[in-house]
Design a protein around this ligand. Sequence first.
Ligand code: GCO
Ligand code: MG
Length: 403
Amino acid sequence: MKITAARVIVCSPGRNFVTLKIETDQGVTGIGDATLNGRELAVVSYLEDHLIPCLIGRDPQQIEDIWQYLYKGAYWRRGPVTMSAIAAVDTALWDIKAKMAGMPLYQLLGGRSRTGVMVYGHANGRDTAETVDEVLRHKEEGYLAIRAQSGVPGLNKVYGVSGANRMYEPADGNLPSEHDWSTEKYLRHTPGLFEAVREAVGPDIHLLHDVHHRLTPIEAGQLGKALEPVRMFWMEDPTPAENQDAFQWIRHHTTTPIAVGEIFNSIWDCKTLIEKQLIDYIRTTVVHAGGITHLRRIADLASLYQVRTGCHGATDLSPACMGAALHFDTWVPNFGVQEYMPHSEEMLSVFPHDYRFERGMMYCGESPGHGVDIDEKLAAKYPYQRAYLPVNRLQHDGTLWNW
Ligand code: GCO
Ligand code: MG
């Protein structure tokens, strides 16, 4: 069996998505997501100029060898661009292998470990009252786990708070838009927000919150401690994770569980946090961490330390990533939760798929492969539009902060 062609499809049905499609001499094709929000075209070039020429003529069944060839063969290892491009190849190859076997992808991985995949939804409000309403609306819709983000009094634009149409889309500018930040104001507001949310929603719903890399370790320790009475499912990205030993300071001060890893791209990024048990959930997902082949390795390492998975699932990952992630989640023994922000109807129309949401759970389909395709004709109607993620500056003096 041979790979005969591979094509990168860039489209923007409301936001940019990069998709790799691999074709074979047996007529079977597969797709993989390669979207890296705000830096999409770097991955397109990596695929078109560097990876695709190496794929033509290769046996698509040799997924592991191709992964090693692309990873070790580059000499320059790791990084989000490299690993997203490898992920797209890997996902498309697993899609092809599963289609050849006539099986849904989760069967190839080792079969079903659970009836469905618990997902967390996003409740965002401009203030506490609106956030509480949104949390309750999600509860009505059947969500078992809900992430709450709120505007902070005195700050203009804060991560995670959506615009009027409730669609959350951080890549909102032809150039980076600017948010403002005050740790003091945020820390004053957030414990009270969660007290109100817990009071309204009752004891059974899992509550999550994304700090989005903005605190120092000791400030994160303070927040985690203040949130303990609320019994959070997790506090995400409390501090930037480049200096991983810093997480010890958070652990010394709080038992609030911690989730990290959506911006990681290899097992090496995860190693210290997992081995030292400095986190409880690992957030790497298919597209940014080298595909199914590499994500599986990360999950296996995590399982040795009772760290569970909590795959990133923002709308800037395409439905092709979601489809593959749901198969992974259906299999992976140390599953924790899956993030879910629904794509718009327009986005979904470009990616025919067989996964579904029902009462707080998601279910991958039973069709062979990962169950997601791309409608290339429709995709062609939505050309690429440059879009950047925002930057964040300290309110009092404009110092550039972590967004
Ligand atoms: C999350 C993430 C996202 C990122 C986004 C950046 O927890 O879902 O933090 O919202 O900000 O994926 O492109
Ligand atoms: Mg996050």
